[in-house]
Design a protein around this ligand. Structure first.
Ligand SMILES: O=C(O)c1cc(=O)[nH]c(=O)n1[C@@H]1O[C@H](COP(=O)(O)O)[C@@H](O)[C@H]1O
Length: 234
């Protein structure tokens, strides 16, 4: 079980700092990384990252930056100083935007490469399927589109990608084992898929070779979050 817990990131999707820290305290003896996304960051403010770090846990700062290169460069510079272990930008922001995001992190940690947060590129959201892509005039399948964005992220020198579990095998095969893959869109058999479309169970995703799975509601909305987490891998 420990082997599985090491690969879990819990998404703290609540606007409430108190609830977020309560979840961290409930789960921190099993899970070491918590995700601060748009809802919590906007609701609780940037200081939430330091507070999670003070609990002895690492933070994936998931703000999915997507803007012109100069704006993303400035935002990533600020985000990189907050103490996150990983942060992300949208790959669909393009090559230059990703290059500038990398440059921002490198400049902040010029003298301290070890502390540099990892930068991930979000490929195709797990809530999007082939039909949705077609509607946006993307003729590629989700897997092809993920792979082409992931290749660009790797060329630029980002640390990895966020993709669905359905693409893990292909990304690792083509881009190598060291290129990090983080997969939301995991649903245990007892949980509803809700707005997620490209899903697999957490255990299947880990067996496919993902570096980390991101789990939110199946754990955080459960009456007993630690028990829900145990049940997933039991
Ligand atoms: O970047 C992400 O973390 C992300 C990318 C993606 O493609 N799909 C996705 O669901 N996420 C995030 O992963 C979490 C999934 O939460 P649940 O659907 O509740 O398990 C949410 O916080 C999403 O914002």
């Amino acid at each position: 079980m420990e082997e599985y817990f090491k690969r879990v990131i819990i998404a703290l999707d609540t606007p409430d700092e108190k609830r977020a820290l309560e979840l961290v305290r409930l789960l921190k003896n099993r899970v070491g990384i918590f995700k601060v996304g748009l809802e919590l960051f906007t609701g609780a403010g940037p200081s939430i990252i330091g507070k999670i770090n003070e609990e002895g846990c690492r933070v994936f700062l998931d703000l999915k930056f997507h803007d012109i290169p100069n704006t993303v460069y400035g935002a990533v510079k600020q985000a990189a100083r907050l103490g996150a272990f990983m942060l992300d930008v949208h790959a669909s922001g393009g090559r230059k935007m990703m290059e500038w995001a990398k440059k921002a992190v490198e400049e902040v940690f010029e003298r301290d490469c070890e502390k540099r947060p990892k930068i991930l590129a979000v490929t195709v959201l797990t809530s999007i399927d082939g039909e949705d892509l077609k509607e946006m005039n993307v003729e590629k399948s989700p897997c092809e589109q993920v792979l082409s964005l992931a290749k660009m992220a790797k060329q630029i020198g980002l640390d990895g990608v966020v993709a669905s579990p359905l693409e893990i095998r292909k990304i690792k095969e083509v881009l190598g084992r060291d290129f990090m893959v983080v997969t939301p869109g995991v649903r245990p058999s007892f949980a509803a898929a809700s707005d997620q479309k490209r899903v697999m169970t957490p255990l299947e995703a880990i067996k496919m070779g993902t570096d980390y799975i991101v789990i939110g509601r199946p754990v955080t909305a459960a009456e007993d979050p630690p028990a829900a987490l145990e049940k997933i891998f039991d």
